[in-house]
Design a binder for this molecule. Structure first.
Ligand code: UT7
Length: 336
């Protein structure tokens, strides 16, 4: 029996900074509204024509993670790629990473769990490593939201929140089972699938030919939809539950957490969780003010920055927690 352990982290965000004031020039919104409701000051949006995509950003983050892991791309045994914004409807971007990094013909799995995608990805990698099937697994979370947002006043409640970027982690086999990923906890509640969703184009309801045939300029079905207050209320409950579940499984209490990395959905949610568990500012990492909500990329970007800033040390108890579309949610408890 083995554990898995993170040995390399990397992030990539596009250069193009879009401030709240920039958005207020293209839609009816304001820096005050966005900061008060979400904590976001700016986000990165890929520049039109730059050629950057979900896959290319994921590749850049992966290169850094592999280098920091001190291994070669030839040592990677499996790729897991989490995103809701793939370059193609199919195939998913995992194979694009295999090709771009010239990795051997190892398996590449695409994870479709939105904001929880990276946590689900870590859990998959952990199981493959624990079972002894693979030694080194690359897990990527990457999103290019900006091309798909309704950047008019109609879409403002969603479009001001989301940003582009990527993060990656390399996990390896750890023979000391008191170290590394201690446990992962995954959940879903599909009755709320449409409360945070992008319905079209999809084979179930509206495919491209339906959209073209209707030719309706007011059709909103191909933009993301979020029932914001409902999602918020569920998020605070599920975040709390799944963090507690992880702590209890490992006989830990909130005071044992050295660093909580919550999915960066809304600073208000993170602050609620921090208060509920009685955590200090040093025990919770937030960077939503710089990047907005980057969905599957938000945890690996935040984890990378926390590690780069020296806020995660060997032996620390690190907890990752996510909630989002599906609804899906999950947590990971790590002894660093
Ligand atoms: O990552 C996955 C998980 N996601 C989340 O957990 C997000 C959860 N939800 C939220 O974070 C919040 O619900 C939002 C930040 C999305 C919205 O904040 P809210 O406090 O729930 O605002 P609201 O949707 O209730 O809207 C309040 C008002 C409305 O105007 P009226 O009806 O009161 O006149 C909106 O039309 O704010 C208006 N509004 C805006 N005003 C300026 C909505 N979006 C904007 C905007 N700028 N961008």
């Amino acid at each position: 029996m083995y554990n898995s352990r993170i040995i390399g982290l990397g992030k990539y965000v596009p250069d193009n900074v879009v401030t709240n004031d920039d958005l207020s020039k293209i839609m009816d919104t304001s820096d005050t509204w966005i900061q008060e409701r979400t904590g976001i000051k700016e986000r990165r949006w890929v520049k039109e024509g730059s050629g950057e995509t979900t896959a290319t950003m994921g590749v850049e983050a992966a290169k850094i993670a592999i280098e920091r892991a001190g291994i070669s791309k030839d040592d990677i045994d499996f790729i897991v790629f989490a995103t809701l914004s793939p370059d193609y409807y199919f195939p998913g971007p995992g194979v694009q990473v295999q090709n771009a990094l010239d990795i051997k013909t190892v398996g590449a799995l695409d994870v479709r769990n939105q904001c929880s995608g990276f946590v689900y990805g870590i859990s998959v990698a952990d199981q493959f490593i624990k079972s002894g099937m693979y030694k080194n697994v690359l897990v990527i979370g990457s999103e290019l939201h900006s091309h798909g947002l309704d950047k008019t006043t109609r879409g403002r409640s969603v479009s001001v929140i989301f940003g582009d970027g990527a993060g990656a982690a390399v996990l390896t086999r750890e023979e000391d089972t008191s170290k590394g990923v201690l446990s992962t906890h995954l959940h879903s509640e599909g009755k709320y699938a449409e409360e945070l969703s992008l319905i079209a184009p999809g084979m179930g309801k509206r495919w491209v030919n339906d959209i073209l045939a209707d030719n309706d300029p007011n059709d909103e079905s191909y933009y993301p939809y979020m029932n914001g207050q409902f999602v918020f209320k569920n998020a605070v409950v599920r975040f709390s539950e799944v963090i507690m579940e992880g702590l209890q499984k490992n006989k830990l209490s909130p005071k044992d957490i050295n660093m909580l990395i919550p999915h960066q959905a809304n600073l208000r949610i993170a602050q609620f969780i921090q208060k509920k568990f009685g955590l200090s500012d040093n025990q919770v990492f937030n960077n939503i003010e710089k990047y907005g909500n980057t969905t599957a990329a938000s945890i690996p970007i935040a984890l990378t920055e926390a590690w780069e800033e020296g806020k995660i040390k060997e032996g620390d108890c690190v907890v990752l927690a996510a909630f989002g579309s599906g609804f899906t949610w999950g947590s990971v408890v790590i002894k660093w």
